[in-house]
Design a protein around this ligand. Structure first.
Ligand code: DGY
Length: 338
């Protein structure tokens, strides 16, 4: 039986690619930038499985033109780059990599809280621009995190890790989420809040919700108007959760005090984006999960998910479990994964 054919859409840190090679014939896209859509479609058409990244659009066109493709192992917690409906319709299993990046992403979120509250980027810029004339009692005054209210929207793995850190810093933590977590509320002494009340009361609003049709532009003009003028918006989840032109207006009119966003819409953010003209916004290039250890763990988990699926098993982190039965029928006896 021929070895299964696997396409990996970028070079990965750690041992993930070597691991895959023990189980399949592996082709790797070695460029720094992702394959263009047409290239990806061509590669997918030759593959039994793809290890994809959040930069790869796995859409209906690709899925319906890839008759061999049975597995998409997405190296991310989020899977908004994959058309799950089309994958299920084409009997393609989709997996993801939750959990392993929660602590690292939470650390970065807290770094953005510190950076905005203590104006770290502005301070660095002022030194480089020769504006540091003297120690001044009124220079670059910020706000304390201790005692401030952190509002977390989305209480999955990352939201929870942020809540723990917020509490450790002496913050009051409120959260809004689809699912209420009463045990966690007791354990961390955090409180559940309505969406509106969270926006009205939080000093820092941090987004940790997945991107879906319902959460697109979750934060627009109406929501920004509810926030305190002193409030800060942090987004380390997905760019389209925020209506970026509404954010620009709110920041430029000082309707809210500041924002720090690690994700944008589109990505990459073009260098002429109006947000980049504002002093009260920090933009980083989607690096919240970017520690060597975590990216290696994400890559390995994605590889393990893929290999399990090649072995006909349903990986724990399968997104479309609803197709399990017909998918198993489809792949039964089809692959030797070693
Ligand atoms: C994810 O896993 O969805 C993150 O955005 C990757 O950094």
């Amino acid at each position: 039986m021929p070895r299964p054919s696997v396409f990996v859409t970028r070079l990965l840190p750690g041992g993930a690619i070597e691991f895959l090679k023990h189980h399949a014939a592996v082709r790797v896209w070695r460029e720094e930038e992702p394959p263009l859509a047409e290239e990806l479609v061509q590669q997918a058409a030759r593959s039994d499985a793809i290890l994809s990244l959040l930069t790869d659009r796995i859409d209906a066109n690709l899925l319906s033109n890839s008759p061999r493709l049975a597995i998409v192992s997405n190296m991310a917690t989020g899977f908004d780059n994959v058309d799950i409906g089309a994958a299920s319709a084409n009997n393609v299993l989709v997996t993801r990599t939750p959990g392993v990046l929660s602590e690292t992403t939470a650390e970065f979120t807290i770094a953005l809280l510190f950076a905005t509250s203590r104006r770290i980027v502005e301070g660095d810029r002022s030194v480089r621009n020769g504006q540091w004339k003297t120690w001044g009692p009124n220079v670059l005054l910020g706000v304390d995190l201790a005692g401030a209210t952190l509002g977390i929207i989305g209480m999955g793995g990352v939201g929870e890790a942020v809540a723990r850190r917020g509490r450790a810093l002496g913050m009051r933590v409120k959260y809004y989420s689809r699912t209420r977590k009463r045990d966690l509320e007791k354990e961390l002494r955090i409180s559940y809040s309505s969406f509106t009340s969270l926006l009205e009361r939080a000093d820092f609003v941090s987004l940790h919700a997945p991107l879906t049709a319902e959460t697109k532009h979750l934060i627009g003009k109406a929501e920004l108007d509810l926030m305190k003028p002193s409030a800060v918006l942090i987004n380390t989840a997905r760019g389209p959760l925020v209506n970026q032109s509404a954010l620009y207006t709110a920041l430029s009119r000082q309707r809210i005090a500041a924002a720090a966003i690690d994700v944008s819409d589109p990505e990459p953010m073009p260098p002429d984006d109006p947000l980049l003209t504002l002093p009260n916004v920090i933009v980083t290039p989607h690096i919240a999960s970017a520690s060597t250890a975590t990216r290696s763990r994400m890559a390995m988990l994605a590889a393990e998910n893929l290999v399990q699926a090649l072995q006909g098993k349903l990986p724990k982190h399968t997104v479309n479990r609803n197709i399990a039965r017909q998918w198993r029928e489809r792949v039964r006896g089809r692959f030797t994964s070693s």
